[in-house]
Design a protein around this ligand. Structure first.
Ligand code: FE2
Length: 268
């Protein structure tokens, strides 16, 4: 399988902070109160969100240079159906055996701001295994590597803008943002928008995760309605008998209902 994206951005490796979860939760609460009192709606993640420690180091302090989109597109790859094998949409069949965990299907539509389907869009995902472990070396926490699960897959949307991926439900995992910091279970998504200057990265979460309130990355989106757009819905019509559970998650690329996207990809 040709791998376009690197899971190396996952998870975070910056030095562990001595701050406790209570410290970070208090910071999250203070920002949340100030946001509620501010009266301005923000639907995208804050670039500089102090509870998410490394965001302070990462966010740009100078104006971005504007690239010439047409110049970039002269050199950008073009994907066709022949480049993406339909089998790459199933992350549970990449090895000799079955991966451990809850087999599930994630499906949904990629839409533009007017609700029109975005067709033949490349959708890529990467994720931890059922134990919350990524396969790459930077993740060294003591949870089992699953030899039957790499955690990377991709597909193209169809003529209706629909994507569908079969995978294993990822587990939550610890990271070193602060002491006892744990990420809610999530799947990273990458899309290219309508041209190759618009690569977009975001994370899909699962309904009712108890770690939402504690997570500085999820909370860096200060608006609850915008945060909710990152949470999939359990859909029993996507669930199949004796085989897999099912979740539905639509992605809106532009407009007021736009799915929150990360500026340059989260490092967790
Ligand atoms: Fe992650």
């Amino acid at each position: 399988m040709t791998q376009i994206i690197s899971p190396d951005t996952d998870p975070d490796t910056h030095a562990g902070s001595t701050a406790t979860q209570a410290d970070v939760s208090a910071e999250i609460a203070a920002i949340s109160r100030a946001y509620a009192e501010g009266g301005t709606i923000e639907t995208q993640p804050r670039l500089d969100y102090p509870p998410y420690r490394s965001s302070v180091l990462r966010h740009p302090t100078k104006d971005l240079h504007h690239a010439d989109p047409e110049g970039i597109e002269l050199w950008a790859p073009v994907f066709g159906h022949q480049d993406v094998d339909p089998l790459e949409a199933d992350l549970t069949i990449q090895h000799r055996g079955e991966p451990v965990g809850e087999r599930m299907v994630v499906t949904g539509r990629v839409l533009d701001g007017d609700g029109r389907p975005v067709r033949h869009q490349l959708v890529e995902i990467w994720q931890a295994n059922a134990g919350g472990r990524y396969i790459h070396k930077r993740d060294q926490h003591p949870a089992a590597i699953d030899p039957n699960f790499t955690g990377v897959g991709r597909c193209l949307t169809d003529a209706d803008g629909t994507y569908a991926l079969t995978t294993i439900k990822p587990g939550p995992y610890p990271w070193k943002n602060h002491r006892n910091a744990w990420r809610p279970a999530h799947i990273h998504f990458s899309l290219f928008g309508t041209d190759f200057t618009q690569r977009m990265i975001t994370q899909m979460y699962f309904p009712g995760d108890p770690l939402f309130a504690l997570d500085p990355i999820y909370q860096a989106i200060t608006d609850q309605a915008a945060r909710d757009r990152l949470v999939a819905t359990y859909d029993h019509d996507v669930t199949t008998p004796e085989w897999s559970t099912g979740y539905r998650w639509d992605i809106v690329l532009t407009g007021s209902q736009r799915t929150p996207m990360e500026e340059d990809g989260s490092d967790a």
